[in-house]
Each structure stands twice: as structure tokens, then as C-alpha cells.
Write a protein that binds this ligand. Sequence first.
Ligand SMILES: *Cc1c(COP(=O)(O)O)cnc(C)c1O
Length: 394
Amino acid sequence: MIKIPFNKPYVVPGSENYLCQAVANMHLSGDGPFTKKCHALLEQVLGVPKVLLSTSCTHALEMAALLLDIKPDDEVIVPSFTFVSTINAFVLRGAKPIFIDIRSDTLNLDETHLERLITKKTKAIVPVHYGGISCEMDTILKIAAGYGVPVVEDNAHGLFGLYKGRYLGTLGSLATQSFHETKNFSCGEGGALLINEPKFAERAEIIREKGTNRNRFFRGMVDKYTWVDVGSSFLPSDILAALLYAQIEQHEQIQQKRKLIWNLYFSRLSDWAKENQIDLPHVPENCTPAYHLFYLLMPSLEARTKFIAILKAQQITSVFHYLPLHLSEMGLKFGGASGDCPVTESYSDRLVRLPFYNDLTFDDQMKVVDACLSITFNDLHLKNVKPVNKKYAA
Ligand SMILES: *Cc1c(COP(=O)(O)O)cnc(C)c1O
């Protein structure tokens, strides 16, 4: 039986040429020719004033925290249902995380809780477009603007996804991308900061260049470069940018392929899911997904555990995430308590992600689909387990 992994790194065929070129260019550090090509292409396609590649999405978030001058005792509102970097970047500056629950349909930050959580200390709101399906951005942006709080989109899942015809990552003051090998576009480890408010552009360059005005020096705007601000080393090597450029050039084909995979899972599993009290992702009418992942919501933790084991026995790897951050070891230190984010707590126990990668073949995907379809309600349920509330009930 062949194994179907959960994720497989993707390299565009022919990327070797770009890698060889990058080496031949003899500009192996950051901001070489391929980095500049990535910046220009992303700025042009997304219509963003400034894009800066970074060593990771985590580092792009750290750049955002520096740009917003986050200080000890500031508060930052983030979903509890996210990857740790979404908040750690701000906690590194001394901020206190204020965890917000998610909506039961999109698993995105629940904007109806937002206003209640904003205080005088709130210095940023960080929505995550879960799975590449947009948060309710008009409402979030309106509330944020009303209180003068900047919005930083953690768009690690959402590159090329749309909200009301606008690209995700172009809506907040700042946005961050991930090019980790588990994401739609990757160069192993990498990321980007999208700067939608031009006032942040110059300082972002300085922070990214160890707190120096080196970029202005290269442009001939100052005659020597020196230490002018805080900063760190956030530039990826141009060799990585070469791998990434090959993928961004092919963004339409890659997204088209991922759309087919997403739609195939959705269409083939819909009836089965209904019959077995399993929920599939929900896409609001005004959103086009970035097709980052495909999940199933099981009726209970026990059902999920059994489901993963049954697939594993057929050599198919499925995984779950995220553990609620407010209940993590660190989250508890910030006062997190059970019951703070009930939707997060329930969904985190029940969500499972199916294999999803750019190279997933139709045949392999159909093996996953068939394996799912062969599992019935009775296989998944222990005796006396009451099904939990349905996702769309509320
Ligand atoms: C992957 C991910 C990150 C971190 O990305 P890196 O590039 O690995 O630092 C941050 N936020 C979310 C939501 C992610 O999925």
C-alpha cells in the first residue's frame, strides 16, 4: 500500500535554473536580484505599496510588532485558535495577549466579541484568515478604526484569497505571509511583510536591516550607513528567493490546482459528512478561499481520534491543530481559563485536516476520499457519546 503523507514540499519543475542563476549572480545574501523580482511581482499582482521578504512569517510578525512600537503592558487581540507566532511576536515586546474566540462557521476571529475586548491599552488586532477564508474584514476594520487600533493580518494561509474582490493581506495596515514548506507557496523557510500604509515603509526597511539605513545608502540617498533604530536581521538569502520566485510566477496554476483539490474533497464528501454528523468548511458568499487546507469537524474528540487511527491504518496521514493558546502553558500564565473561548475549545478537539499539497494526484486524493467514505457513524462512535452541538445551529 502506498503511503499518502499529510504534506509534501513543492518545488516548481525547472526551479534548478533559477537556483543556478542565483548562485551565478554571486549575490547570495538578501535583497539580490531574485528578492527584488519577488517584491516587484507581489506588489504588482496584489497592488500593495511595499512588500519585503523576510526569513519567516514569524519574523514578519516581529517586524510588525516593532513597527507598531509594542511595549510592555500593551494589549494585542488575537484568536486563541491560531499558530503560536501570531501572538508570540507581540509577547516578545512585552505585550499581553487578549484571546478572542472564533466564529462557529469560518473558525475566524468572532468580530462580535471585538468591541468588548478593546481597552485603552489595545495596540493591535491580529486577525488570521483561517484556511485562507477571509475574516469579516469590513466589520473588523470599522471597529478598529473607530478606536484607532491598527490591524495586522496574519495572512499565512491566505495569499491570493479574496474578500469582496480584494486580496487578503491588502486590507490591514500591515500583513504577514509565510513561505514555510507547509504553505501554498514555499521556499523551505520564508515570509513577507506587506505594507499597506506607506508611512511604515521606510522604518520597515531599517528594522529589517539591523536598525541601519543601509537601504538608503544603497539608493545613494545618504553617503554612509549607520545605526538609526532598533532592528534585526530579517532578510532571506537570494537563493531562497529564487525558489520562491518560480512559485510566485506560477501562482495562478498553483492556486488553480489547489482549488481543484479543495473542490474535489468538498463535493465528494458532502453527503457522507451530512449523514455522519461531520461538518465541512464554510465559505461566506463574499469570499474566495486561498485553498490552504481542508478540514473536517468531527462530532466529538473520540470520533476524531478513531477517524485518524482508521486513516492511519490505510497509510493515510491526517492531522489536527490548533491547541487553544489561552489554555497552553504560556496562555495560562496570562490568565487564560477554561471556558474563555468555548468555540475554540470545542473545535480544537474535533478538527482534522486531510492530506493537501500541490503535487497531490487525483488518484491519491481519491484514495483519501474513498477511505473517508468507508467510515460510518458507527465506526466513529463509542457508546454513550452524545453528539455535540452542530456547527450551523447557532
Ligand atoms: C505557518 C504560520 C505562521 C508561521 O509561519 P513561519 O513562516 O513558519 O514563521 C504564522 N501564523 C500562521 C497562522 C501560520 O499558519
